[in-house]
Unconditional design. Sequence first.
Length: 80
Amino acid sequence: MKHAKPKLAPNLAKRAERLTATIATLKVKIQQIYDEGEVSPKGCYVARYQVRQQQKIYWYYKLQATEPIFEQAFISPKEE
């Protein structure tokens, strides 16, 4: 009894077409974001965090960087 092999080529071709189309769409969207105005430097992301005070919860968002962006203005006595 012979087992039939599944035909992967048409499936892979369709997946490749969808990936190519998705990449093209993402490139257009990225360009639209750049065209709208100033974009944060590479290595930056928005951090969301929660603060609980008494009976309330507050959500805050801040721009966080993986590496320092600004020069240090002064050296604190603790660092000497």
